[in-house]
Design a protein around this ligand. Sequence first.
Ligand code: ADP
Ligand code: MG
Length: 714
Amino acid sequence: MNPNFLQTPIAYLKGVGPNRAETLKSELGVHTYGDLLQLYPNRYLDKTQYYKINQLKDSGADVQIVGKIVHLKTVEQKRGKRLVATFADDTGKMELVWFRGYKWIRENIKINEPYVVFGRVNRFGNIFSMPHPEMELLKNHERGLKIAMQPIYPSTEKLAAKGITNRVISKLQQQLLLESRGQFEETLPSIILQELQLLPKSEALLHIHFPKDQESLAKAKFRLKFEELFFVQLQLISKKIIRKQKIKGFPFEKVGHLFNTFFSEHLPFELTKAQKRVIKEIRADLGSNAQMNRLLQGDVGSGKTIVALMSMLLAIDNGFQTCLMAPTEILANQHYNGLKELLGKMDVSIELLTGSTKKSTRKTIHERLENGSLDILVGTHAVLEEKVRFKSLGLAIVDEQHRFGVAQRSKLWKKGASHPSPDKGEVGGAVPPHILVMTATPIPRTLAMSLYGDLDISIIDELPPGRKPIKTVHRYDSNRLKVFHFLREEIKKGRQVYIVYPLIQESEALDYKDLMDGYESISREFPMPDYQISIVHGRMKAEDKDYEMTRFVKGETQLMVATTVIEVGVNVPNASVMVIESAERFGLSQLHQLRGRVGRGAEQSYCVLMTGNKLSDDARTRLQTMVRTNDGFEIAEVDLKLRGPGDLMGTQQSGLLNLKIADIVKDNQILKTARHHALRLLKEDPKMEKPEHLPVRKHYAKMVKDKAIWGYIS
Ligand code: ADP
Ligand code: MG
């Protein structure tokens, strides 16, 4: 085959032409023969199988059933009529339904004669029904040609309008296979093909578009999914190897005075086993010559801050500066105050830089960063500004990473500016700081390794001792008075309460109104002077927010009415109740984050999820999950199943979202296998030079060239 065959512009394919080519490009992203070949069917109509009525599932799938029409009736409804046939086989009964064209059906249909019907089934109560079925008398059907599985390709309205129907696409695929003589270059080494008994590439492509039966389809799918995931893993793993070899980091050789003093004299509690393990992992990274790029996962309240601090002390002990970035001003503030308190009288300088830092203070901070007299900078995005330059940034920590993009992470890399060690022949410049990103949005373990191939991962999987699990309940708006009563009881005991309203960008004005209405009704229910209420939302000035927040932190107010600005990180151990309004509108990870604001003290804490009566199935699942468990990893698993991986951090960059056929959630098992084989291959042959790896190297090079695989942080 001509090696450039797959790059041939789609317009050249017989049956396409310039007009259709345009439509294929704009609607399906199909520019070349190769693109068309990779336009895989979404689903297949299986006309090789016959179902019995009692085997039907509520799956929305198209099925084929043999039976007889035993009864036919017309049902009058508000708008028009419908024709309903009772269709039976030896296992049960179902309905066939027509909303139009029923006159013809009525006149032509044969009662009590065996038919084959084909179509999509829906369930209404206990009755399955098939609207507008394809029908054929069994005796004709048996005489006719048996069609195999029919592929259904993605379609759009515009495609349909331009006459590019499913049949047309299927024809084009046929034409393509014809022109290529069905021969496509193998991309996997024969040893993997043998070991996993994979179909050769050419066969897989044939069967994905024209499967004979379920079995050949399953094999084709497996082969193509494996291949796709294998190459993504190959990319991730080789990047990591390159990073470790090429990207030098500053070796923090000693565990010095500050770290030791803090550990022996200032540590306010005993570290959990998990915290100790993670600190060890970080120390090992920092002590090596390679740059650390580590993700620290730990549920809310698992104690990531202390790990961050101890890592920072390591940096300072080795003569470096360090910074900690948080996504909101409130959180940066809290980190700043918390760290200052933890550091106590130790000789470490620390400053806070946010959008609302005064100009004069800002100037001093800039100077002290540049002359190296400032050890720790805590801040928001403000830290990333051009003007902020460090003399010797050795370690950058990002808290709650999911709020930061990769672009921002890469800005941090460059802040490393220079810290030359002349004795090692370095002249400054290119050494990036070590990077630790911390997140409380756990990614299911199984997935994390494969997703973030270029990051190392540490997990704090243990909460500090003595925490009481938070009790979570779901209440309907109609029970609001009871909930208020409960809040009064808790406040009487000296506790504090959060009441959180959703704030979603698209409907900001409306949400804002909800919040204000809520605030008003809460002010009525909890009147002054017995009750004091704080309110915090995104439209307030930073200083007003801080003022309100501080009153709550100090215990001067008992209720905090807020939007999700308090979602991340805020630590008020005396707050023991979290009420989440319109909880059905929040995502699972957000609900879990919010709940994590309570349960930080010794008292029993509660989370109340308030909703209206109307709930979607997904919303119900989210609420039930929250009520059932406090385990962030379990919640993350459910979230992943509900929403898919689209929102997980880093997935945009990993290339794992642009998959053509595999699904990292559903195909997790294949992903693991692919990862295993990719690791093995690279271990054995890091540059893919061995002749038996030639197919892999060729395909890999092509994918990198086509940017089918994403580029590294630039
Ligand atoms: P997160 O991981 O959510 O950032 P924090 O670092 O804010 O958690 O810690 C939550 C709370 O737990 C803080 O009040 C902190 O002082 C406390 N804490 C952390 N580690 C321990 C520990 N090992 N023993 C007891 N309390 C701890
Ligand atoms: Mg935190």
